[in-house]
Design a protein around this ligand. Structure first.
Ligand code: 3H9
Length: 706
């Protein structure tokens, strides 16, 4: 064995006639400029060295290559460009083999596609996820993947961005061979030796015949184009992916590559790319809360849940799905039976859809137990209460937990707005108390607000973040206030929407404007889905403490007084035909709105959708700035992640604070000042917004500084 050139982060080492090229660029072997340079010089070295008969590319650490270095996008490009690196690999006159493990994504898979043979070991994750970043494969992926596996499967991979495992990759033809062991290097070397022994030729993907059946390829393209038009809700890059695959079908390979480059640059220049990459990094940044750096999480094997309603059962399912042992406590046998059945229902529906076997369900439910006495929680590492939103009830639950739980157990409340400092202060161990605010349905929704009261220990908070990781949730650290980050901001922009409703817009127009912006649903559709009675109860409870000077729109109350609580009652802001989940405009709602306008002495005016969004978003951004200013959210990016992960804010816009940066803070401030002419109490500019605008800074400057 001979060792020669060493050029970090790509090293080469000869094993007999095989030159092993190892990419070692932690944390994920992204294809930064040094890696690109290293790969080109490694191929050049292999080409010019007579002792080398084949090249094996492997990744060091946990992954092959996770893709292009996302941090380089938007900066001046440094040569060699990745498409040229891939061309160089493919042009090599000696067989190049890629041995894949861990992530082989985006540009990483494109490097592998440029190689002549591919082997993968168990646990590999292959994919072309660029679409999730507002991009498309830009290093030959749109030209090579269809030639290798056919237009239909390639389009599906690129448009979904999903990852495929080893077996599926083999079945698709993305890889030629699966390794028997997990030792990628040994498996790759054995494969290379075998190919050399068989005199296997250089086999270039550019010459593969996956598009030979033109009719099938054309049909796949047409279907994909129709699907994109119907479903991609204004996203830019999916259309470009289809255009590029069309080029693969219609143009010679090199021309197709050139078009791919042009389209890729258009995606890079699009604001959607900026928004989606902001969301990608922000989601990783929120996981690094200060407490996670200060302290180690406590043990987290077994959990208790108090309350088996929709929320408690959803949390139980999320934990069971993560492999935890769960004990549910309810006040009596009947309630417990209902709680258990709420949990089982979720699995039964999976079994009915064929997505889970009855045996798998039984195995999961074996980790679930129920009790009507708190003693059953004496050994739990973590207990989450999800009982009725009432301070006295919550305090009684915490007093019981204080009595029975082992020392060091983390005691969490799922309250949406109650004062967690007060709950913590009511027991003997406030250092163990925090808020874990799940969103319904808790086993589906990605967001988890981790609410940090004043006296909690850092290791309890770190345990909350560890739990989020286990449950695969996006955790955002929030301070204690009414509504924390998400619901506090929601309350304000919902008011802005109600003001517009009373001033002349219809709920249907507001929903439409919000959907046009990229939300899956508008606020009145959401209200109908969630059930109007919940918000109504809260409004009634707060009526006594409401500032009488603030504008209060009563339309929602009138609708609730009619017994119209939304979808579940067949009527809310919309009318729902029996069994239907999509509503139609309701003339009687128009009548209620008209009557309320008259009562309030308002002459309705016309809004256009642009003004609706200007007001809706200004309210959201302004309260977001307040939340950051008061330290409830650590940074603007925490607000962004909250809204993207939990409130349907269009991911390609990055989040409300990122969006504000793209509009420009002086413009947002000018809007708020304009709106304040009519309602100065509601439209009070946040001091943080004023300060940043004055200093010519944006919200992102606070993300960088933190
Ligand atoms: C592309 O390839 C375009 C080409 O087609 C064309 C080019 C011409 N770059 O997620 P983790 C960082 S587009 C830079 O927590 P995991 C990440 O920020 C790319 N940095 O780990 C984090 O940093 P920090 C297509 C990256 O084990 C750290 O690595 N590829 C990149 O849970 C660990 O990440 C993708 O979209 C990157 N590409 O998951 C794949 N990737 O420690 C994106 C990660 O400072 N990546 N980082 O917070 C992933 O999906 C996951 O990171 C992966 C690992 C599955 C790889």
């Amino acid at each position: 064995m001979a060792t020669d050139t060493v050029s970090t982060p790509v090293t080469t080492r000869r094993h007999g006639k095989v030159l092993v090229v190892s990419v070692d660029n932690p944390p994920v072997n992204a294809l930064g400029v040094d890696v690109r340079r290293g790969l080109v010089s490694a191929i050049d070295a292999a080409q010019s060295d007579d002792a080398v008969a084949a090249v094996l590319i492997v990744g060091a650490g946990r992954n092959f290559i996770a893709g292009a270095d996302i941090r380089e996008f938007g900066k001046p490009p440094l040569p060699p460009a990745l498409p040229d690196v891939c061309k160089r690999i493919e042009a090599c006159s000696k067989p190049v083999i890629a041995a894949l493990h861990g992530a082989a994504l985006g540009g990483g898979l494109e490097v592998a596609l440029a190689a002549h043979y591919r082997l993968a070991v168990n646990g590999v994750k292959l994919g072309l996820p660029e679409v999730q970043l507002g991009l498309m494969p830009g290093a030959g992926g749109t030209q090579r993947a269809p030639r290798l596996i056919g237009a239909g499967p390639a389009l599906e991979l690129m448009l979904s961005g999903r990852q495929v495992g080893a077996d599926e990759a083999l079945a698709l033809g993305l890889v030629d061979r699966l390794g028997r062991s997990d030792d990628t290097l040994a498996e790759g070397l054995a494969y290379a030796q075998e190919l050399l022994a068989a005199n296997a030729p250089v086999r270039r993907t550019r010459d593969a015949q996956g598009l030979a059946d033109r009719d099938a390829s054309r049909a796949a393209l047409d279907a994909a184009r129709a699907d994109v038009a119907a479903k991609s809700r204004g996203l830019f890059s999916p259309q470009k992916i289809v255009d590029a695959v069309e080029a693969a079908l219609e143009l010679p390979f090199d021309e197709g590559l050139r078009l791919e480059r042009t389209l890729f640059q258009q995606c890079i220049a699009s604001p959607q790319r900026t928004g989606l990459i902001h969301a990608f990094f922000a989601e990783r940044e929120v996981a690094k809360a200060p407490e996670t750096k200060l302290a180690q999480p406590r043990p987290l094997a077994s959990a208790g849940i108090i309350g088996g309603g929709t929320m408690g059962a959803g949390i139980a399912v999320a934990m069971l799905d993560a492999g935890m042992t769960v004990t549910m406590v309810e006040r009596d046998d009947d309630s417990l039976a209902r709680g258990r059945s709420n949990v089982e229902k979720v699995y039964d529906s999976l079994v009915a859809k064929g997505r889970m076997t009855a045996a798998a369900k039984a195995a999961v439910m074996a980790r679930f137990s129920g009790a009507t006495a708190y003693d059953a929680l004496s050994q739990a590492d973590l207990v989450i209460e999800a009982v009725f939103e009432d301070m006295a009830v919550k305090k009684a639950v915490f007093a019981a937990l204080d009595r029975v739980c082992k020392p060091g157990a983390v005691l969490a409340t799922n309250t949406s707005y109650l004062d967690i400092d007060a709950i913590a202060a009511s027991i003997s161990r406030p250092q163990d108390v925090l808020g874990l605010h799940f969103f319904s349905p808790a086993h589906v929704m990605k967001l988890l607000e981790i609410v940090v009261p004043a006296r909690v220990n850092a290791d309890a908070v770190a345990t909350g973040f560890e739990l989020a990781k286990k449950l695969r949730k996006v955790a955002v650290r929030a301070g204690v206030c009414d509504g924390f980050i998400g619901n506090r901001i929601l309350a304000v922009y919902r008011q802005a929407a109600d003001h517009m409703l009373e001033d002349g817009a219809s709920p249907y127009q507001i929903d439409e404007a919000v959907r046009e912006f990229g939300y899956p649903m508008g606020p009145y559709q959401v209200a109908d889905l969630a059930g109007g009675d919940i918000g109504w109860a809260t409004r009634k409870r707060r009526a006594a403490t409401r500032d009488p000077r603030t504008r209060y729109v009563e339309i929602a109350d009138r609708i609730c007084e009619s017994g119209w609580f939304g979808e579940k009652t067949g009527r809310g802001y919309y009318l729902y035909a029996k069994g239907s989940r999509s509503g139609t405009p309701d003339p009687e709602v128009f009548a209620i709105v008209d009557a309320e306008r008259k009562r309030a002495g308002i002459t309705p005016r016309i809004f256009d959708n642009a003004e609706i969004m200007r007001r809706y978003l200004a309210a959201m951004i302004n309260e977001g700035a307040n939340v950051v200013h008061e330290g409830i959210a650590l940074r603007p990016l925490d607000v962004d992640v909250t809204f993207v992960a939990g409130y349907g804010f269009p991911r390609h816009r990055g989040g409300p604070m990122k969006y504000a940066d793209t509009v420009g803070l002086p413009q947002v401030l000018a809007d708020i000042r304009e709106f304040a002419n009519d309602d100065p109490l509601f439209w009070r500019p946040s001091p943080l917004l004023v300060d940043l605008a004055l200093r010519g800074k944006d919200f992102d400057s606070l993300n960088q500084a933190a």
